[in-house]
Design a protein around this ligand. Sequence first.
Ligand code: DAH
Length: 348
Amino acid sequence: MKEKVEQIKAQLLEDIKNVKTTQDVVDIKAKYIGKSGLITDLMKNMKDYSPEERKEIGQIVNVAKNEATEIIGTKEEEINNAILNEKLEKESIDITLPATEIKAGAPNILEKVVEDFEEVFMSMGYDVYDGPEIEEDRFNFELLNIPKGHPARDAQDTFYIKDDEILLRSQTSPVQARVMLSKGGNEPIRMICPGKTYRRDDDDATHSHQFMQIEGLLVDHDISLSDLKGTCDMIAKKLFGSDTETRFRPSYYQFTEPSVELDISCFNCKGKGCNICKNTGWITVAGAGMVHPNVLNMCGYDSNKWNGFAFGFGAERCAMLKYGINDIRTFYNTDLRESATFDRREEE
Ligand code: DAH
């Protein structure tokens, strides 16, 4: 038996020299130590031996099996290391090569301005709402105190989807009515709603049939025009620089009384007069006012108990001023050099 074992071992040592691949390892394992391998087979006819002989043979075979396992194991490790090294060598990265240029994007200017508004208003406890662009006449006009046939509708001529009732909203103000009605007239409101609006305007440098407004509404008790002024002042300073001044000019909107236009001092000439402010030193950025009692009542808020203010900023106008853009159509073309915030002047 010992001889037989020695013979197998010699054969294994010979065979192992030819083992080069992982498949060879699998094969040689099967040949020697597998289920019916040469060494395993030595135990086959054990029943023909006496108990003492069996014990001895068992020991010899076990030792042989361990030796064979070790020899094959060493070889297997050698092969695996070689495969790994080859792989590492092939996949090595030349860190001295110049890096591939990654073209980073930049936010769209309009989006950025809207986000800035949202951030400032949210920091003052306002919620940001969304409203439908396809709107009902009732919300776009009637609940805002602009009944059918009212001449004020002319200035907001829009696109009609179905008869005279369904239209593309001409302002974001209908969201005021929607939010008030959804609250049921018994809780205070602080909300803004940025969104797209539409009007039947011919496109030129300052007009577009599609543009964006940032609507705002606050409803509570004992709100005064000075609260509106304070809010506008804070927004203007945050968005256009801390030395920005604000002023109200009397105006007229059907859904506010009194109504005002919000002007900010020209950040370019600081009030001295330049071509941006058309030599007035002031730039108009929003319409605003105290919410008309009719609007409160129609939208479920008792105007004897509640009052508030509202405002609507022109998003493009603010963006154009902030980033020195002189044509509103810039926002709606696809030239990223113009509509993204790359290299643009930032106030902050
Ligand atoms: N919706 C008005 C417009 O499109 C802007 C506006 C004015 C909104 C006064 C308001 C407001 O909320 O109080 O011209």
